[in-house]
Design a protein around this ligand. Sequence first.
Ligand code: NAP
Ligand code: 8YV
Length: 323
Amino acid sequence: MTTADILMTAPMMPVVIEGLDKACRLHRLWEHEDRDAFLREVGPRIRGVATSTLYGRLEASLFDRLPNLEIVSSFGVGYDNVDAVEAGRRGIVVTNTPGVLDDEVADLTIGLLLATLRKIPQADRYLREGRWLKGPFPLSPTLRERKVGIVGLGRIGKAIARRLEGFGVSIAYHGRTRQEGVSYAYHPSLLGLAEASDVLIVITPGGVSTKHLINAEILKALGSSGVLINVARGSVVDEQALIEALKAGTILSAGLDVFEDEPRVPQELIEMEHVVLLPHIASASVHTRNAMAQLVVDNLVSWFEGRGPLTPVLETPYRGREA
Ligand code: NAP
Ligand code: 8YV
């Protein structure tokens, strides 16, 4: 138990609430009608924030209200919900939840890829609607002999690639740097990877540096038998360009777990039969979400016990601190 005051901006999983209730003094911002007055009162005492990618962006203006803030512990490996550069400028550490979700997200990605190619949700609808009684489900495209390109061969990208090896497909990747210790073909240009692939799996971080990386030109290069799988962030794909490409047959189909304006999904995508759409569930099993939640707690506890953060993000590396 530490004496630290921690602010939670919106209700998180029970593992986080119960863990922080035990470990420190937890303040629940959402329970206060007059949040402004509440922040005026407790803001100067707050030393830690627990937040989640589920709640949209944690505005840097909140930092102004918390002058003694030391650490932001964010739920999710992606942390485009927190202005980590501004946090770093102010000496605030940001932590995320890497590693504990790699296998879950990779499993779901393979499931989404197969569902998209073999039209599994469409076939399920076909049976339920009684259409099988009138004739067999039409033959589908295949994963056989496909060339898969992974955009972002990081922790999760590598877990996806390892699974794909078992499917006997060719695997290549693009990122800003060549990865050590892998034998997959490296494409320094995304356009080059798209031209060489007929499946693109996108698993980069979100944020400004990857905004609309997948645009009309990349989709054209992927080609008319090409399939796009996006499990990264909606912002990485130009959604309007994707809709146009799907309508025009510039690419064959898409499997999407993430969207530009979640939870709103363009009606044009919803009405398309040749796409598979998921409500951002890649890490969403009880097992994995609990592991992520525990890491949110563990980062705060470790920090306030003077052991430093467990998983600080790149923009706020831990360089030790005064006891
Ligand atoms: P990671 O280990 O940091 O890997 C990210 C990879 O993306 C790196 O290989 C990096 O390589 C590459 N990358 C970064 N910026 C790039 C750019 N501008 N162009 C091309 N490649 C770029 O992260 P991770 O743990 O694998 O997670 C990746 C992302 O997946 C998260 O940030 C999150 O957005 C997303 N995600 C989504 C879900 C979901 O529920 N759908 C779940 C978990 C994660 P270089 O630095 O060499 O470019
Ligand atoms: C979660 C994610 O769905 O970790 C990420 O970056 O996108 C997912 O694991 C998300 O963090 C829920 O808050």
